[in-house]
Design a protein around this ligand. Structure first.
Ligand SMILES: Cc1cc2nc3c(=O)[nH]c(=O)nc-3n(C[C@H](O)[C@H](O)[C@H](O)COP(=O)(O)O)c2cc1C
Length: 247
């Protein structure tokens, strides 16, 4: 079965987040060579304006009033089966550009799927995309777990499935720290020097990539095996539409 993976680098630069994301994507593609299709997206240079709460998207099928880079990432996000977020910790949370995207994604979904949901229900469809999170920051005890939790909460709101990698490297996602270094290639350099924490971050990122694709295979097989039953519930319609060419 083809699994479409989207790797999002949430940093405004190409650096440590990209390094861990590349590992995760390589590992993801190894689950089933040739059947894992990878798209990547980097926030670097993109404009993501904040939601202005105008409700235009809710009334106009998810379209947003801002003319910026939102629509491109929105389209990729919607068609993917697996989303891998790799982000730096910013102020104990995710960077602003990604937060702007997520706010708008969430609200625009109400408008986009309104006509497909049961009447009088202000709800979101069961996306059941698998979401894996990779987070690193400059310090230790400086927000990695909070940031992963923010992305897990986002996954749950979007009716998706958050997954982790493997213990002990990955409790709730992949996490790393750059031993107080600010350079873009800090983690890569630390790995070359045999730094244990950085090596663990790479292993964790790779496990998140692998387990995310495996979970997506499991979920999609289950959905397809039960499509007659699930088809009675309109909240599954967008998902069944997404999987219609898969069996
Ligand atoms: C605005 C800003 C806020 C940051 N806040 C945190 C923080 O709260 N905790 C932390 O560990 N690192 C923080 N950092 C450091 C970055 O997370 C760290 O340098 C990371 O390795 C950058 O990843 P990148 O190379 O993918 O951009 C911050 C950096 C910036 C620019």
């Amino acid at each position: 079965m083809i699994i479409n993976v989207l790797g999002i680098n949430g940093s405004p630069r190409i650096g440590n987040s990209q390094y861990l994301l590349d590992h995760a994507l390589e590992s993801a593609s190894e689950v089933d060579q040739g059947n894992v299709k990878i798209d990547t997206y980097a926030m670097k240079g993109k404009t993501m304006n904040p939601c202005i709460a105008c409700s235009h998207c809710v009334k106009h099928h998810g379209d947003c009033v801002h003319d910026d880079d939102f629509a491109g990432l929105n389209d990729l996000w919607l068609k993917s089966d697996v989303i891998l977020y790799s982000v730096p910790v910013y102020h104990m949370s995710i960077p602003g550009q990604l937060k702007c995207f997520i706010d708008r994604l969430g609200n625009s979904m109400f408008g986009r799927f309104k006509s497909e949901m049961p009447e009088n229900m202000d709800t979101l469809p069961k996306q059941l995309k698998v979401v894996g999170t990779i987070v690193q920051g400059i310090h230790l005890f400086s927000g990695q777990e909070h940031t992963i939790t923010d992305l897990i909460n986002h996954a749950l709101i979007m009716q998706c499935i958050p997954v982790t990698g493997d213990l002990w490297e990955s409790y709730i996602g992949a996490g790393g720290w750059t031993s107080n270094r600010i350079e873009r290639n800090s983690l890569e350099e630390l790995v070359k020097k045999g730094d244990m924490d950085s090596e663990a971050a790479v292993r964790a990122a790779r496990a998140v990539g692998k387990r995310s694709v495996e979970m997506s295979l499991i979920i999609q097989s289950g959905i397809l095996a039960n499509k007659k039953l699930l088809g009675n519930d309109r909240l599954y319609k967008p998902l069944l539409d997404r999987l219609k060419d898969k069996g």
